[in-house]
Design a protein around this ligand. Structure first.
Ligand code: 1YM
Length: 629
């Protein structure tokens, strides 16, 4: 039997809101924290739409002590007049009917069609109670609802000053639906900040009555302030680049500011909706950016003839916001946060190309900085590829893939292994004889390695000595760097205490700082300190590390034949073991990142205090130390 007092339309309304309670996640994403916060955004979106229409500049939001949330705006006030079809107040239709408000469709740039964009009726259905108040025509109208059902008609509950307009919505999230009804102040702040940065005319005042915390958001600088804010913890390379252009059915606003990092940070927004999954607007922007920077680099001779910057090169250190006002956005993707309008790619590409090219013409200093940074990224990318190819080639050649000159250790337990990088073939030979084969590996170097500070990465990393070293260490460099592949726990540089030795250490440390900084950061790099003097007495050699130590040795054993120690190569296996390789008696100076201001400077610091641990060791273990000397 058909109930004749229900119209078909009414039944549809009822079914609609029941559906929301049955499958809330379909409408607001989840019934957890995220979904809960979404309720606030859905209500606020109506106010932001008013702001986009240019008729609202203030939104007040408060988390109330009774657990409710209030959102208030100074827009035109939701319509309250009689709805011609439903014969009810428009307010009631808007709040109780899913996707209500035919007028929505005609809005120029609505925050609709976002993640869910289903509006106030969904919030009403998921609230134990909701009250909507509208100030309009000198009257205050009000209606309350219980899980989406009106508790009475729309009534006039008071008067307000003529000309004052606005809408206030207060709702209690239903704790039978949500796993938590506790809002996070900072999460809400982030979204409010974002909305205000995207709408420079808007102010949001947010207060938490539980804690008394209050925040005001208003950014007259708009997107320019947005990129500056995103770069607040970084060193920006230039003042922000900003442009706003109108295309057909679209207004595009873009702000760009590079920083000194290597990360890419691009955010797209469409009608204030964060398009997390990107889309055609972001794609168009990226295409244009790559083209403009390539063109500039070519024009100014910054690149070699056949070199071309890739997208990743021009986006190193980039912070950019692309914000669109679009009449009919189509959202796609898993979370409906990817812009699908295909015509937008070409429009944003051409807007960005012309605006950016013009900016580069007018600001050559900034243009050069950006282009140079991209060119450096290209060099690093090529160097990493070369190094990888080289390692691959080596792997193809040798059975083990390790340099032929490396005398590897037998243990595979990384925690105990050490690689000694030894200056010169002869010291290398002695070290091979002196070492403990189980955990000490030796890599002799042919003399000085290339100064990587002066050579471009491609050349630096492909020189045989450097390539051998990187292969032995195992981690590779650049994008392919993988600390998990490190083959030794300690990488120890062993060179003479003379000028040449110091130079070699400097070159090696420069290489580490430049291409393997994580090795230093994680404490894997050391310098073995070689003795300064050798004293021969009664057929016995004594090696000492400081003037002070020399004095002590003379006091103890009497003066012998003292020589400034010439080099590691003149020791026999046993002496080398005792002075620089035996873990019990050697002095290792660990290299820290803080030391890395300048490799040369590092050295003076290094040589200055390296004697300390040895002296301490001698003082603490004077007996053994004397015997070892
Ligand atoms: C705190 C929540 O909902 N404000 C609000 C909503 C509307 C209007 C103004 C409004 C819009 C229009 C005309 C229009 C809504 N209107 C509709 C509908 N704040 C809040 N402020 N007059 C007033 O878009 O043409 C739905 S919400 F359906 F009428 F368009």
């Amino acid at each position: 039997m058909v109930e004749d007092n229900y119209s078909a339309k009414d039944i549809k309304v009822l079914e609609g809101l029941e559906g929301v309670r049955k499958r809330p996640a379909m409408y607001i994403g989840s019934t957890g924290k995220e979904g809960l916060h979404h309720l606030v955004y859905e209500i606020m979106d109506n106010s932001v739409d008013e702001c986009l229409a240019g008729v609202c500049n203030l939104i007040k939001i408060s988390l109330n002590k009774d657990g409710s949330v209030t959102v208030e705006d100074n827009g035109r006030g939701m319509p309250v007049d009689m709805h011609p079809v439903y014969k009810k107040s428009a307010m009631e239709v808007i709040v109780t009917k899913l996707h209500a408000g035919g007028k929505f469709d005609n809005k120029a740039y609505a925050v609709s069609g976002g993640l869910h964009g289903v509006g106030i009726s969904v919030v009403a259905a998921l609230s134990k109670k909701m009250t909507v108040e509208v100030k309009k025509d000198g009257q205050i109208y009000s209606q309350s609802y219980k899980i989406g059902t009106p508790l009475g008609d729309v009534k006039v509950i008071g008067k307000c000053e003529k000309g004052v307009t606005g809408t206030t919505v207060t709702f209690f999230p239903d704790d039978e639906i949500f796993s938590t009804t506790k809002f996070d102040f900072n999460t809400l702040c982030s979204r409010f900040r974002e909305v205000c940065m995207l709408n420079p005319g808007l102010k949001i005042i947010f207060s938490d009555e539980f804690t008394g915390k209050k925040e005001e958001f208003h950014y007259a600088g708009g997107l320019v302030e947005f990129v500056k804010w995103l770069n607040r913890t970084r060193e920006a390379l230039h003042k922000p680049i900003y442009f706003k252009k109108q295309g057909e059915d679209v207004i595009a606003e873009v702000a760009i500011q590079y920083n000194d990092s290597y990360n890419e940070n691009i955010h797209g927004f469409v009608n204030t909706i964060n398009t997390i999954e990107g889309g055609t607007h972001v794609a168009g922007f990226k295409t244009a950016l790559t083209r403009v920077i390539n063109d500039y680099a070519e024009k100014k001779g910054i690149l070699k003839k056949d070199e071309k910057l890739e997208g990743d090169d021009v986006r190193e250190g980039l912070v950019a916001i692309i914000s669109l006002r679009l009449k009919s956005p189509q959202f796609e993707g898993q979370t409906k946060t990817k812009l699908g309008n295909s015509e937008i790619k070409g429009i944003i590409d051409s807007i960005t190309t012309s605006a950016l090219a013009e900016f580069f013409e007018e600001n050559p200093d900034i243009a050069k900085k950006i282009t140079q940074k991209a060119a450096n990224a290209l060099k690093a990318r090529e160097a990493a590829k070369k190094a990888k190819d080289l390692v691959r080639r080596k792997n193809a050649l040798g059975m083990s893939g390790l340099p032929g000159k490396l005398a590897d250790c037998s243990s595979k337990k990384m925690e105990i292994t050490e690689l000694y990088i030894v200056e010169g073939q002869s010291a290398g030979g002695t070290a091979k004889g002196a070492r403990d084969k189980e955990f000490q590996a030796i890599l002799p170097l042919k003399g000085k390695i290339l100064n990587v500070e002066k050579a471009n990465p491609t050349k630096a990393l492909s020189s045989e000595e450097v390539a051998n070293l990187i292969t032995a260490i195992g981690t590779s460099v650049g994008d392919h760097f993988d600390i998990e592949k490190l083959r030794y726990n300690k990488v120890i540089i062993m060179a003479d205490a003379d000028v040449d030795g110091q130079h070699i250490k400097t070159l090696l440390l420069t290489l580490f700082f430049r291409y393997l900084p994580l090795l230093i950061e994680e404490g894997h790099v050391f310098v073995a300190v070689a003795p300064l003097y050798k004293m021969r007495r009664s057929g016995k050699d004594y090696y000492v590390y400081t003037e002070e130590e020399l004095r002590k040795v003379i006091e103890k054993f009497g003066k012998g034949d003292v020589q400034r120690f010439k080099g590691l190569g003149e020791m026999n296996d046993e002496q080398l073991w005792d002075t620089t390789m035996n873990p019990k008696t050697r002095i290792l100076k660990q290299i820290f990142v803080e030391d890395a201001v300048e490799a040369d400077e590092t050295f003076s610091i290094l040589m200055g205090d390296a004697v300390e641990p040895r002296r301490k060791f001698i003082e603490e273990n004077s007996k053994e130390a004397e015997l070892d000397l």
